[in-house]
Design a protein around this ligand. Structure first.
Ligand code: FIX
Ligand code: ZN
Length: 434
């Protein structure tokens, strides 16, 4: 009996006249919903910051509306040019985004629905004519209390930040003596090093590393020293980089040399994972700035090559193109030093999360990390996780139903074990956190 759906159970009519398997499925549905809704999440990739980073930590209606996903959508409807948009005050920009995407149009997209979901969860009017009420609400919040409230509402226990060792504002915090909230973990981001070496060189020199544009042996040694020092300072859970769709490994380029001779040896030496986020085409419309990035289909064999050549290094990998997802699952079946994670950015949409999560269950069981939020604004944790939890629960439930049809039921303990693995244990174990 293949391909059974919830409606196609073998009839086992009981005293109350209901099909026995259907009752079991109902109970199972409830258990899965409850467990998935309540299991704490370790959010392994965000752009959020611990409270100690002050102004870098964003929240509130004006930040929510100025999310680059919404800015891109705004230009689908508005006649305003990007140049004129960027000249406006942030509050004026968010007024326009609200008016255009939420008042004059129905907020159907994932990102607009997200704002609706956040407002609704906070008890604010999702059909408001303007932002007055929302602004009043947010300005009355005490930042520290509000963070607690959001973490509680989204049931996020731990957050991994994205930390740039060349960013002046971040450096000041890392060099200060304030202790960083232990729920926030660092991830050492290598984008500026690997994708913008010419600009990275003077910034590294400013930190007293003797590097040059020409990546010679001395520069490699100094880059390794730079990474060693920042690992000691930040204690990151992993090193990470976003890469274009035409990224190759090995690659005959400065980036290829830096990866091979500096980054991979450092990962090996420190026993730290490397996160590869592959497939972004930066600034396909430069006028939109951060909202102007696109994507391309990448070559998944680079991942099998890097995993094969570096069996003693662990890789966290996500691809931005939908077309790369199935191949990534297949490669993960072959390499135990590869952990697929998340439905990144343009994939963080209901239909695509559904598809990717289901194919991952089918090919990898529970040995993957289904989602990260990529939140840039604190409040986004609420919607990003509620959307994903719902879809992950659906996919998990259907997998359990298939198993039931094949002759095995799952216990509540097993459901809880699976949820814990998916939402936190797989990542904790991967990065060696107890
Ligand atoms: O490179 C990344 O980490 C991306 O996630 C971001 O740069 C991107 O702008 C984003 O916010 C996606 O969700
Ligand atoms: Zn990101």
């Amino acid at each position: 009996m293949n391909n059974l759906t919830t409606q196609q159970f073998e009839p086992m009519i009981s005293a109350d006249g209901r099909d026995g398997n259907a009752r079991k499925a109902e109970q199972l549905r409830q258990q899965v919903n409850e467990t998935i809704a309540n299991t704490p999440v370790f959010d392994l990739h965000t752009h959020l910051f611990a409270p100690e980073f002050g102004a870098l930590n964003l929240y509130g209606i004006d930040e929510l509306l100025n999310y680059h996903y919404l800015i891109a959508e705004f230009f689908r409807y508005s006649d305003l040019t990007p140049e004129d948009f960027w000249k406006l005050e942030k509050t004026r920009q968010s007024d326009l985004i609200w008016q255009t995407l939420f008042v004059e149009n129905t907020p159907l997209s994932e990102a607009t629905r997200g704002v609706v979901s956040v407002l609704n969860s906070l008890g604010l009017d999702t059909r408001a004519a303007n932002l007055r009420e929302a602004r009043e609400f947010f300005s009355a919040q005490k930042p520290a209390d509000y963070i607690e409230k959001v973490l509680k509402m989204s049931r996020v226990s731990d957050i991994v930040m994205t930390n740039d060792p060349l960013d002046e504002d971040e450096i000041a915090v890392w060099n200060g003596d304030e202790k960083i909230d232990s729920r926030f973990h660092a991830a050492l981001r290598l984008d500026r090093l690997l994708n913008g070496w010419a600009e990275a060189v003077p910034l590294m020199q400013k930190q007293n590393y003797r590097v040059s544009k020409n990546i010679d042996a001395g520069t490699i040694t100094e880059t390794r020293r730079f990474l060693d020092d920042w690992i000691a300072k930040m204690k990151p859970l992993y090193l990470g980089v976003s890469l274009p769709d035409d990224f190759l490994y090995p690659e005959d380029s400065g980036r290829g040399k830096l990866i091979k001779e500096a980054v991979l040896p450092v990962c090996r030496e420190h026993g730290i994972s490397l996160s590869l986020m592959i497939g972004v085409r930066r600034r396909i419309n430069p006028a939109l700035k951060l909202a102007g990035d696109g994507l391309g289909r990448a070559n998944v064999s680079v991942v099998s090559r890097i995993c094969q050549e570096n069996p003693d290094v662990k890789f966290l990998v996500t691809f931005l193109s939908r077309e790369n997802q199935h191949e990534l699952c297949v490669v993960a079946r072959k390499f135990s030093n590869l952990m697929p994670f998340g439905c990144w950015w343009f994939l963080n949409n209901s239909s695509i999360i559904t598809e990717i999560t289901r194919e991952r269950f089918e090919l990898l069981g529970t040995s993957f990390i289904p989602q990260h939020s990529d939140a840039r604004v604190f409040d986004q944790l609420v919607y990003k996780w509620s959307h994903s939890r719902r879809l992950i629960a659906d996919a998990l439930f259907d997998s359990y139903v298939n198993l039931l049809h094949d002759g095995r039921h799952v216990t509540r303990q097993e459901i809880e074990r699976d949820a814990e693995r998916l939402f936190s244990e797989n990542f904790r174990n991967w990065v060696g956190l107890k």
